[in-house]
Write a protein that binds this ligand. Structure first.
Ligand code: NAG
Ligand code: NAG
Ligand code: NAG
Length: 475
């Protein structure tokens, strides 16, 4: 592409400066996940981030090498206390004192830590650590207070969209009723009291992929489209992302937490998927992520909160070859481990102004049926009696990884297979995996590709028989 003339470049600079000044533009960062055995060393990754103009990064731990490499880099960092430590952190203030000392104070302020994510998608943690979440957040906060850094470093915890009971239309967004009193309200009270914000992971890809026949691809990819009117409040949505975020805002509003802010701690689109993961492609990933950057850096807030800047962390920096689950899980990265780009998109205002963007597509796809849904909680009408079960001959290791994925990130309801619950017996891997796979499959409205689990699962038209366990269908 020819480089723009000086005057047009200057014009665009002024235009974008004006746009960003006038329109409550947000900030853009990236998740640096490391579930891989082939990534460059942290020092090289920091150079890569700098070369791309990326100034905010989110980690899933407090790795010493990574935090050291980020020191004095000009890059601000969100770190994490992993789910495995929640129960200890909740039980013992002296543990969080030591954790903060060793994992935060040791690096801060040379390493510009801006927030601590206490746990990740805790409500869908297969180990069910939900009851430890708010006590752990409070203990970490108290430890920060002791170090006099509690106003500089915020504490929050990323929630998955599956925390929502309803997400369509956005204005009807509400949290799952069983979470509201035990954890949502206490957490939002804590966030309000400490001037922190809610962290939300939102993937329009999941909603699109499970309902590709009903959701317009342009709407999912932030391309030009006629928009979808929310019948509840009359607002028009031009992207599934905005609709999902506003469903969370509506859920907060319903509990009277309109003053609590939000940061989107994960969103993204995979460049590859299994054959049945509809929509996973390089072209779509480049569109979603490229348009997201533009949306965040030059747009305003969402229709429901237009004056709240959108602060977003993209998932993810690298393709991570050791992530379990469907193929898409290993293909969210902007970069291959060798630091080559998977596809080329602008990541900064400067690149946007230099015109490194493709024109919005004008062809409006398919019908504009306004199914927005909450990604992992999408529900549709009942289509027929089918169930999803594990393949008895699938290897134990693959089956275990798939089970963990389904109960964890997948958002399957795995309560009934916990010890003491109705579907614990028979206590076999195949029975538990079948229960979890089926729950996931039903939650995904039996959409294409939702009963695969790396080839360890298949659809059946017969009600599964494992002990006295009743496998749900059609919710
Ligand atoms: C520092 O963090 C790591 C990982 O979160 C944890 O295993 C370790 O116990 C922490 N250090 C202390 C002293 O708590
Ligand atoms: C605590 O930190 C603030 C700045 O955040 C500083 O002004 C104050 O002096 C500190 N207090 C102590 C006791 O170190
Ligand atoms: C998690 O534990 C709480 C009690 O601590 C219980 O009410 C809830 O049903 C459990 N959830 C799951 C998914 O097991």
């Amino acid at each position: 592409m020819a480089s723009p003339s000086l005057s047009s470049s200057f014009f665009f600079f002024i235009l974008f400066s004006l746009l960003s000044a006038l329109s409550h533009a947000g900030s853009f960062g990236i998740n640096y996940g490391r579930v891989a055995d082939d990534l460059p060393p942290p020092s090289k990754v920091v150079e890569l981030l700098k070369s791309q103009g990326l100034t905010r990064v989110k980690l899933y731990d407090t790795d010493a090498d990574v935090l050291t490499a980020l020191a004095n880099s000009g890059i601000s960092v969100v770190v994490a206390l992993p789910n495995e430590l929640l129960s200890t952190a909740a039980a013992d203030q002296s543990f969080t004192d030591a954790w903060v000392q060793a994992n935060i104070t040791n690096y801060y302020p040379a390493t510009q830590i801006e927030a601590i994510a206490v746990g990740n998608e805790v409500f869908v943690d297969p180990k069910n650590t939900t009851k430890f979440l708010v006590p752990a957040m409070k203990n970490v906060y108290a430890s920060l207070v002791k170090q006099n850094i509690s106003s500089d470093i915020k504490i929050s915890s990323p929630i998955a969209l599956s925390a929502l009971q309803s997400s369509y239309p956005s204005s009807a967004g509400s949290f799952k009723s069983e979470l509201i009193e035990p954890v949502i309200k206490p957490m939002l009270d804590f966030l309000r009291g400490t001037a922190s914000y809610l962290m939300v992971n939102a993937y329009p890809f999941f909603a699109y992929s499970a309902n590709a026949d009903e959701i317009s691809l342009d709407y999912a990819l932030f391309k030009e489209n006629p928009g979808v009117v929310d019948s509840g409040n009359g607002l028009t949505y031009h992207s599934l992302f905005d609709a999902e975020i506003d469903a969370v805002f509506a859920a907060m509003s319903a509990l009277q937490y309109d003053d609590v802010k939000m940061v989107v701690t994960e969103t993204g689109w995979p460049s590859k998927g299994d054959v049945d993961e509809v929509g996973a492609s390089e072209e779509n990933a480049a569109s979603y992520n490229g348009n997201l950057v533009k949306r965040v850096l030059t747009g305003s807030g969402t229709p429901l909160r237009p004056n709240d800047p959108l602060n977003v962390f993209l998932f993810a920096l690298f393709n991570e070859n050791e992530k379990p689950g469907p193929k898409s899980e290993r293909n969210y990265g902007l970069f291959y481990p060798n630091e080559q780009k998977v596809y080329n998109i602008p990541l900064t205002l400067r690149e946007l102004k230099d015109g490194n963007e493709t024109a919005p597509s004008l062809n409006v796809e398919k019908s504009q049926v306004p199914v927005t849904g909450g990604g992992r909680v999408e529900t549709m009408s009942f289509h027929g009696q089918t169930w999803c079960v594990a393949n008895g001959h699938a290897g134990e290791e693959k089956l275990k990884a798939a089970l963990d994925y389904a109960c964890g990130e997948g958002g399957a309801d795995c309560r009934p297979i916990q010890e003491g619950s109705t579907c614990y017996d028979p206590n076999t891997l195949e029975a538990h995996a079948s229960y979890a796979f089926n729950s996931y499959y039903q939650l995904k409205s039996r959409g294409p590709g939702t009963c695969n689990f790396g080839g360890t699962a298949h659809v059946t038209t017969q009600p599964p028989r494992y002990g006295n366990c009743v496998f749900p269908t059609g919710y």
